[in-house]
Design a protein around this ligand. Structure first.
Ligand code: GDP
Length: 327
């Protein structure tokens, strides 16, 4: 049996070390690794297993790791297997990772029914997106019931994570004043569930007020056809004192079940798979262009011309493709 087949079988059998190795393989930039990774993913896809993919976003300090630790431990306590994947846009710059720090999710990281994986360090957010999608697929094949995809709420990472989730959750902190906390409308529109965390102690009244404000704001948003009545929804939780977590999980699974029954789930996954494919095509085309030295030189030249204002971006792009075609 060759190494890839063996690795695939071990992943499917639930071997955690094989799972970690499989994800390391898909994150590798080496071209021979890439070929193995593609074969591995193909084999794993044959398992046909699916997990509930839950996206979770929130700014640093809002309580994401505390929430994942509390909810995750609760779920593993119910016999569910939970994988946590992180998408950290800042790690694309620093090469570091929000989960590199071992003290995060201490209980969950020791839990045999949980698997926690830090963000892949890649040079672009697009690279992180592609590798994370694949890591989700590996975790599904490994038999996890729930895959949590966590991201820090900055830039485009939220849209990207929402684009690979079945249900997307936004974690917020209680607002100090009576204004909504500058949450961009676009993020409100992709959130299925808003959880106002830290609804405990002195923060409880502010959390309840913030939750009511968001519930009101969500009602004003356009009704989405993929939602049952009452969604998108806002709930108050405390990750620290572990209150509201059952209601939050019920909302997540309730929505997922409704979407399954309504055919929305399958349609969403199909659309996501298509978007993934198109993303891969774009990436492969760019790579192909960049792999040819003459084209790369032309790209540099035209890029400089665009920067200098002597060429228009669109015309320069067409010129680049034209020279490539003639060769
Ligand atoms: P992250 O950066 O979003 O992962 O946030 P953390 O989970 O690291 O939490 C940031 C801080 O908020 C820590 O000091 C936590 O103890 C605190 N925190 C998290 N959840 C709660 C909560 O439900 N209530 C209160 N009062 N504090 C919380």
């Amino acid at each position: 049996m060759n190494a890839v087949t063996e690795l695939a079988e071990k992943v499917i059998a639930g071997d955690r070390r094989a799972l970690a190795r499989a994800i390391t393989l898909i994150e590798s930039a080496r071209s021979d690794h890439r070929e193995d990774a593609d074969r591995l993913l193909e084999r794993l896809a044959a398992s046909g297993r699916q997990a509930l993919r839950v996206g979770l976003s929130g700014t640093p300090g809002v309580g994401k790791s505390t929430f994942i630790e509390s909810l995750g431990t609760r779920l593993t306590g119910q016999g569910l297997r939970v994988a946590v994947l992180a998408v950290d846009p800042s790690s694309t710059r620093s090469g570091g990772s929000i989960l590199g720090d071992k003290t995060r999710m201490e209980r969950l990281s020791r839990d045999p029914n949980a698997f926690i994986r830090p963000s892949p360090s890649q040079t672009t957010l697009g690279g992180v997106a592609r590798r994370t999608r694949e890591a989700v697929a590996v975790c599904e094949a490994a038999g996890f019931d729930v895959v949590l995809i966590e991201t820090v709420g900055v830039g485009q990472s939220e849209t990207m994570v929402a684009g690979m989730s079945d249900v997307f959750v936004l974690l917020l902190a209680p607002a100090g004043g009576d204004e909504l906390q500058g949450v961009k409308r676009g993020i409100m529109e992709i959130a299925d569930l808003i959880l106002v965390n830290k609804a405990d102690g002195e923060l409880l009244p502010a959390a309840m007020r913030t939750c009511a404000d968001y519930a009101g704001a969500l009602r004003l948003l356009r009704k989405r056809p993929e939602d049952p009545p009452g969604f998108p929804k806002a709930l108050a939780v405390s990750a620290l004192s572990e209150t509201g977590l059952d209601a939050a999980w019920e909302a997540i699974t309730g929505l997922a079940e409704w979407r399954r029954d309504a055919g929305v789930w399958a349609a969403r996954r199909a659309a996501q798979a298509r978007a993934w494919f198109e993303d891969e095509v774009r990436h492969a085309l760019l790579q192909e262009l960049a792999s040819d030295p003459a084209t790369r030189a032309e790209m540099t030249r035209l890029g400089a011309a665009v920067e200098a204002g002597t060429a228009a971006p669109r015309a320069a792009a067409r010129a680049l493709l034209e020279t490539r075609r003639r060769r």
